[in-house]
Design a protein around this ligand. Structure first.
Ligand SMILES: [Zn+2]
Length: 363
């Protein structure tokens, strides 16, 4: 074990991938199994040292005395239908949203477009970029034809300054791009570490709750262990969205994995074009490969993804096997489920699959 990691008895260590806390350093995280992701939390207070009792009694009200507020949640639409739906119908005031994804996947583009739509409604919108200078953000806006958008741009990484700005401006929406670049001078470690990212996320979500501003935190999915990933703040925010897609492919999926104000597992589909992200309002067309004459072995399955039906094409092929052990090849589905279905077909329907290769593709 390296000397630097032999901390004192009261040291704290946490995993930069999943945020798991341990009292000992180790080369591999016990919680998520990641290697080299554990580092010491420097500058975190070790908890209260004086009496743990506060001065005043908290304010508790009998549940029956509370006036119920059964009005539907007030939401503001960003007018990007795919984004609004993933959010559960629009942006909820005082909410904190995390948008995670690989670097370069298009998070900033998506949020800049959403910010422009939001600002076009006359709602005060702040875009704070800690990654790029304001001139670079302006260049991107120009490429997206959003030059005239009434967004207030800033480039700041100091949490104290950011909170001061937010407090003064009181925007309806503030986008922080990215949470890994923000640092608090109250925490004694480098920007991007677990303790810094957590401290910044905590202060910003607390501000959202207190002020009514909706805050969007951008979080890059990180590969190496030195920079904390978005998972370490997932539990602090109301909504967690991941922006996914493959390099070299123009389609992107925005997926909600947690949403206090809507359904989890909702998806929004976008296409990356020269003019930014375009919505794909009928993703079924995308999942169905060009269909002409119906062909044997192919069928369309209607499933529900979030609140929207999605059509998926399933292709199956069974052919005589030259091998002693026939192949069972599955793309896009669980292979043990295929094995189960084949077993049911053999046992109940007397269809024999021995000596046959089975291929299944969920397009
Ligand atoms: Zn971990």
């Amino acid at each position: 074990m390296p000397l630097a990691h032999e901390g004192m008895a009261n040291s704290n260590y946490s995993c930069s991938i999943c945020g798991n806390n341990t009292s000992k350093w180790s080369g591999r995280c016990e919680a998520c199994g990641e290697w080299n992701s554990i580092s010491e939390d420097i500058g975190l207070s070790q908890g209260p040292t004086k009496s743990s009792l506060g001065k005043s009694r908290g304010n508790y009200i009998p549940l029956g005395d509370l006036k119920s507020n059964d009005k539907p949640l007030e939401r503001t639409k960003c007018d990007l239908e795919e984004l609004d739906r993933v959010l559960g119908g629009g942006l909820v005031p005082a909410s904190a949203i995390l948008v995670g994804g690989d670097p370069g996947i298009g998070k900033s583009t998506l949020l800049l477009q959403a910010a422009a739509k939001f600002a076009a409604k006359g709602l005060k919108t702040l875009y704070l970029s800690g990654e790029e200078a304001t001139s670079q953000v302006k260049l991107r806006a120009k490429r997206l034809n959003l030059e005239e958008a009434q967004i207030e741009l800033g480039s700041d990484t100091n949490l104290r300054n950011i909170l001061t700005t937010l407090e003064k401006e009181r925007p309806k929406l503030a986008i922080i791009d990215s949470i890994q670049t923000i640092w608090s001078d109250k925490v004694d470690s480098a920007p991007g570490t677990v303790s810094q990212v957590r401290a910044a996320a905590h202060e910003l979500t607390t501000f959202a709750k207190r002020s009514g501003t909706s805050i969007v935190l951008v979080g890059h999915v990180t590969k190496e262990g030195q920079i904390a990933g978005p998972r370490v703040v997932e539990h602090m925010v109301d909504t967690v969205l991941y922006f996914e897609g493959e390099r070299g492919n123009q389609f992107r999926i925005l997926r909600s994995v947690k949403n206090r104000f809507g359904a989890a597992d909702e998806i929004g589909v976008f296409e990356m074009t020269g003019l930014g992200l375009q919505q794909v309002t009928n993703p079924s067309a995308l999942f169905l490969s060009s269909r002409g004459i119906p062909s044997a072995g192919s069928c369309v399955f209607a499933g529900i993804e979030g609140t929207r039906p999605v059509l998926v094409e399933i292709q199956a092929l069974v052919s005589p096997s030259p091998h002693s052990q026939p192949r069972r090849s599955v793309i896009g589905w669980d292979s043990s489920r295929l094995a189960m279905i084949l077993a049911v077909l053999e046992a109940r329907c007397e269809v024999q699959f021995s000596g046959l290769d089975v291929y299944l593709n969920v397009a």
